[in-house]
Design a protein around this ligand. Structure first.
Ligand SMILES: NC(=O)c1ccc[n+]([C@@H]2O[C@H](COP(=O)([O-])OP(=O)(O)OC[C@H]3O[C@@H](n4cnc5c(N)ncnc54)[C@H](OP(=O)(O)O)[C@@H]3O)[C@@H](O)[C@H]2O)c1
Length: 392
């Protein structure tokens, strides 16, 4: 029985609240707080049980502290934007509240995400006797747990890791992103970076592509090399990795639109003067693109996210693939959201469940792969994200 504060009433936040409501034995009291209270209230109205809602500007530590002192949560689930990670962590420290998020901190004025800012909270969380769980979404999140699971159960050494994220769904819109457009476009337009022979290799954004044959009828799709934050923590915690890469599928249509938007300067995060007002082109673009939350009823098809791993078991080379397939339409039927929000929101709820039930215990700042993967893997099967493993 625990009180949980969820911050961020977007696509992911809505799934987290729905899934927490499905487990009242763990999440007895829930508050959803966000910048726009009306969005919290609309989500609350769609739930099978009552929750509390509130308005909070999560950029302001003082507002967060006041809210936490009033509601007294044990845990705060941060599913606002990566810009709010540090202010929410500060407020958690001040109020004695455990912390969980799904994306690492990123400064607003630089499209650069790194764990260094949040890892710097290690001593403060330890001293306060609190736990901060970083990156409890799908990627990062489940992909970190898959890797830890493979290491624990299938390998003596892991040498190569390819995380492959496929959205084979279609929302029928000319151009839309499946989660927050600003964060998504900052990520996709950043240079690709992968780990090889103990160093990072940087290549231009979307310049390296291969074909991958996805299972269960999804079939061959073009995958593009990108940088993703779990590569930083996984190469740190599995130092035997010789190569680690992250790949994502994009439709030709998405890439064509993105190229034009980039060429005309609409993806820039440099503020410009427009009629005497400073505007950031990417933030303006976000305002005119479809809200990812509105794509739920429109999106058909499936996602497939998994880890392809090569290494050694009992002195022999081994190749292993573990993945989840998630159907956009089924997610919409269950919680009113498409699969990209669902595959992020469910692991956030499970991470919170791990912390609140004591299955994952500790003080300090943790990445997912540092904790025992077994209880988390069991809950994935029970809460909507079953996994399949194949020895290749
Ligand atoms: N690990 C993964 O697999 C994964 C995958 C996808 C997304 N993510 C992460 O999940 C998070 C949520 O994504 P999303 O698609 O749900 O985004 P979203 O739909 O844009 O929702 C973000 C929510 O946060 C609220 N918010 C923004 N700034 C705030 C502030 N200063 N104070 C309070 N609330 C604030 C927004 O409020 P308004 O409604 O008022 O704008 C919005 O409701 C992002 O951090 C994203 O990077 C992780």
């Amino acid at each position: 029985m625990s009180r949980v504060l969820i911050i961020g009433a977007g696509g992911v936040g809505s799934v987290v609240v729905h899934k927490c409501c499905q487990a009242p034995e763990v999440f007895s009291d829930i508050m959803l707080a966000s910048r726009t209270k009306a969005k919290c209230d609309a989500i609350a109205a769609s739930l099978p049980r009552p929750i509390k809602t509130a308005r909070v500007d999560a950029d302001q530590v003082a507002e967060l502290v006041a809210l936490m002192r009033d509601f007294k949560p044990e845990l705060c689930i941060n599913v606002a934007l990566p810009y709010q990670d540090l202010t929410i962590m500060d407020a958690c420290l001040e109020c004695g509240v455990h912390y969980l998020d799904t994306a690492n901190y990123e400064p607003r004025d630089e499209a650069k995400f790194e764990y260094k800012w949040q890892w710097a909270y290690q001593e403060r969380f330890k001293k306060a006797g609190l736990m901060a769980l970083l990156g409890s979404g799908f990627d990062p999140g489940v992909t970190n747990v898959y890797t830890a699971w493979a290491m624990k159960n299938h390998f003596d050494e892991i040498h190569e890791l390819d995380i492959i994220d496929c959205n084979a769904g279609d929302h029928g819109q000319p151009f839309a992103t499946n989660f927050n457009p600003e964060i998504n476009i900052r990520e996709v337009t950043a240079p690709a970076r992968h780990w090889e022979n103990k160093q990072w290799i940087e290549t231009p954004a979307l310049s390296t592509a291969e074909e991958f044959d996805f299972p269960e009828g999804i079939g061959p799709r073009k995958i593009y090399l990108m940088y993703h934050e779990e590569l930083e923590s996984l190469t740190k915690h599995f130092p035997g990795l010789k190569k680690a890469r992250f790949w994502m599928t994009f439709s030709d249509n998405y890439l064509r639109h993105l190229e034009v938007l980039r060429n005309v300067g609409m993806t820039s995060i440099e503020p410009i003067d427009y009629n005497g007002q400073q505007i950031v082109p990417l933030q303006f673009l976000k305002a005119v693109l479809p809200d990812p939350g509105s794509l739920g009823p429109l999106t058909k098809g499936r996602t497939c996210i998994g880890c392809l791993i090569k290494g050694i078991k009992n002195g022999k080379e081994k190749k292993y693939y573990i993945y989840n397939i998630c159907d956009h339409g089924k997610c919409y039927e269950e919680v009113g959201a498409q699969a990209v929000s669902y595959t992020t929101g469910v692991p956030a709820m499970i991470g919170a469940m791990m912390m609140l039930t004591g299955a994952w215990k500790g003080t300090g700042v943790y990445n997912m792969e540092e904790l025992d993967p077994a209880p988390f893997m069991e809950k994935l099967n029970l809460h909507g994200l079953p996994w399949t493993e194949v020895i290749l």
